[in-house]
Every structure is written in structure tokens, then in C-alpha cells.
Design a binder for this molecule. Structure first.
Ligand code: GDP
Ligand code: MG
Length: 173
């Protein structure tokens, strides 16, 4: 079995659901939680079946500890990241607009080729939805990102994000 490692950084405005996505995916889908004492990062292992072959990815997931409120995330957060997941809240248009500054921030800090995934979270809040799928898709392709919609509440779409990252990490490896 092939084993790859990936540092994945979560970005996006406060309250969009970054921590919730990580915790939910870890609890429901990780094969093994590896406790490495890395500050700010959470490490777990997940096996994927890609074209009848098993690939194991050791994910190092970086979550903010509220620094996004001050737009002051230290450069070490971005250093050597292989993938970025930029999250916004589908029921909060401002959080969608703000993803633009997270993309800029990302490119200021990272030079290597990167897997970028845009995630519209809180899909369950259908009545309050403010961002259309069309504008989200157009925007994500303009920044070279894949786009997914998720609901942590209904456990929707989370595994697709990590599956897609797995495919792209393999391509870059
Ligand atoms: P973060 O600041 O981006 O890490 O956001 P959190 O993970 O702390 O979530 C902020 C709030 O949004 C919390 O009250 C969560 O319970 C809520 N939340 C997260 N994901 C969802 C979702 O998919 N649907 C709904 N309705 N609420 C969510
Ligand atoms: Mg958080």
C-alpha cells in the first residue's frame, strides 16, 4: 500500500464551520487518529480505494484558533501546505466575499503548486441561503479550485472533499 502525507490548511472567516467540519470528518471517517504533538495541527490517517488500489494518506490538518478574526495567521500555518480548504457559510454572503482575501493571503504565503478546495457549508439552512451554486462554481473555477457544498449538521458532502483532495495529492505526488 502506498502512503502519502498531506498538510491541509483550513481557511475562512469566523463561524463558517471549519472546526465543525474537521471534528465531524475525523469522528465519522478517519481510520486512525494519530496523536502527534504538533502545535496547531491534528493528524489522522485515512485509506482510500483509487482504481482498485489502496492509498493511505496521513493528513496533517491545520485549524485556526480564532486568529481568522484578526486576519493574522502566522506564516508557519501555510508553510509546506499541500492543500487548502477555504470555507464559507452559504447563509452568509459576506463570508463568501471574504474568501477572496483568504485566497490572496494563501498566495502571499505559498509558492508551490497547491490543491485548493472551496467549500460552501451549512447547506441545511436552505431558507437562509444567500449564495447561489452558479456564482460559487464560477468563482471557484476562476481561482482553480474544486467546489463542494456541505452540511455538518446533516453529515453531507464531507467525505467528497477529502476524496477529491486524495485524488489531487496523488496527481501532484
Ligand atoms: P469556525 O469558526 O469556522 O471554526 O466555525 P465553527 O466550526 O466553530 O462553527 C460555527 C457555528 O456554526 C457553530 O455554532 C456550529 O455548530 C455551526 N455550524 C457548523 N457547521 C454547520 C452546518 O453545516 N449547519 C449549521 N446549521 N450549523 C453549522
Ligand atoms: Mg474554529
Amino acid at each position: 500500500m502506498r502512503t502519502l502525507e498531506a498538510k491541509v490548511v483550513f481557511l475562512g472567516s469566523e463561524g463558517v464551520g471549519k472546526t465543525s467540519i474537521i471534528n465531524r470528518y475525523l469522528k465519522t471517517s478517519a481510520d486512525k487518529e494519530d496523536s502527534t504533538p504538533t502545535i496547531g495541527a491534528l493528524t489522522f490517517t485515512k485509506k482510500f480505494d483509487i482504481r482498485e488500489k489502496q492509498v493511505e494518506i496521513i493528513f496533517h490538518i491545520w485549524d485556526t484558533a480564532g486568529q481568522e478574526r484578526f486576519k493574522a495567521i502566522a506564516p508557519m500555518y501555510y508553510r509546506n501546505a499541500n492543500a487548502a480548504i477555504i470555507v464559507f457559510d452559504l447563509s452568509d454572503y459576506k463570508s463568501f466575499t471574504e474568501t477572496q482575501s483568504w485566497v490572496r493571503e494563501l498566495y502571499r504565503n505559498v509558492q508551490e503548486p497547491m490543491v485548493i478546495t472551496l467549500v460552501g457549508n451549512k447547506l441545511d439552512l436552505i431558507q437562509e441561503r444567500q449564495v447561489t451554486i452558479d456564482e460559487a462554481v464560477i468563482y471557484s473555477s476562476s481561482i482553480g479550485a474544486n467546489y463542494f457544498e456541505t452540511s455538518v449538521k446533516n453529515d453531507q458532502g464531507l467525505s467528497q472533499i477529502f476524496m477529491s483532495i486524495c485524488h489531487q495529492i496523488i496527481r501532484l505526488a
